[in-house]
Ligand binder design. Structure first.
Ligand code: AMP
Ligand code: MN
Ligand code: MN
Ligand code: MN
Length: 285
């Protein structure tokens, strides 16, 4: 493996091909202006933005890792798996993403129906097009609509009052078990990385069980540096990662420039005693 030194690494962010508000090109410019020199664009269940950027890779001011954030489930919980370094032409992975898209479209139709019939919002599909520039429809687009229609003051409350389990616009997401997502990621030569493990509201012992299962079915890395994570949580994750021989990843989970606490490249440091996942890639710089 060649020597690879990067000053600022961000391996988790979203463009307007999923629920971010910047185009892939704007994302690259902002990341570069913030000093990021190694970036993974990780849109929810799509690599369309990455494909666009990789049409002219020599124009990029930074090194780009082809990636996506895969919606998955484990014991009835939504769990996100970041696919790092996937071959964007891999047939198995492309077919897998098509199925994810179909699930999102079906769930989107159910949500549109609820918004129109229960919440009495008109022309929902047309309004959503303003936020969703690609094919992927996310619940966060519906949250944005609730805010713009004056039904919620912010995203958090839109989720809490309308989109959460048991609320008027709740829908079931039928995401594949993490085992299936990881299989598709491995088929495309990618490294399956557990996204933001402390955001799933799991007890320590349940989180340990998740990581044990994740590792057993082929997961290779864990995010342990992202906005909001506490040093004590980082230490604990580093301990568990070492136990299972997992690498560490970091990322802002950037969506919108207004969310200043999660700007591109604005990520805490990794614990010092753990191997960064990006050292596994051969970038041919
Ligand atoms: P989906 O993958 O379509 O179910 O949408 C999930 C996305 O919605 C996440 O990636 C977040 O960006 C956003 N999200 C989920 N829960 C919340 C919340 N409580 N507050 C704000 N954004 C949320
Ligand atoms: Mn999102
Ligand atoms: Mn996520
Ligand atoms: Mn994300």
């Amino acid at each position: 493996m060649q020597e690879q030194n990067y000053n600022k690494v961000d391996l988790h962010c979203h463009s307007h091909f999923s629920d971010g508000s910047l185009s892939p090109e704007q994302l690259i410019s902002r990341a570069s202006a913030n000093g990021v020199d190694l970036l993974a664009v990780t849109d929810h269940d799509t690599i369309d933005g990455v494909k666009l950027l990789l049409k002219q890779p020599s124009n990029l001011p930074l090194t780009l890792i082809p990636a996506a954030e895969i919606s998955s489930s484990w014991e009835n919980k939504d769990i996100h798996i970041v696919a790092l370094g996937v071959d964007i032409n891999n047939k198995i992975f492309s077919e897998f993403l098509k199925q994810q898209l179909r699930k999102r479209q079906q769930r989107g139709l159910l949500l549109i129906d609820k918004f129109e019939n229960r919440l009495k919002i008109k022309e929902v599909a047309k309004k959503l097009k303003v936020y969703a520039k690609g094919e992927i429809i996310c619940r966060s687009h519906f949250a944005q609509l609730l805010v713009d229609e004056g039904l919620a003051v912010d995203f958090r409350r839109a989720f809490e009052r309308f989109l959460a389990k048991g609320k008027i616009a709740a829908v079931n997401s039928e995401w594949p078990d993490i085992q299936h997502s990881i299989k598709a990621i491995i088929a495309a030569g990618g490294i399956a990385t557990l996204a933001h493990p402390t955001r799933y509201k799991l007890s320590n012992s349940r989180l340990y069980e998740l990581i044990e299962y994740f590792s057993r079915v082929g997961g290779r890395a864990i995010e342990m540096a992202y906005p909001g994570i506490k040093p004590q949580q980082q230490r604990q994750l580093a301990r568990v990662a070492k136990e299972f021989g997992l690498f560490a990843s970091k990322g802002s989970d950037f969506h919108h420039p207004q969310q200043v606490w999660a700007d591109l490249g604005k990520v805490p440091s990794l614990p010092v005693d753990i191997e960064p996942v990006w050292e596994q890639f051969d970038f041919n710089k």
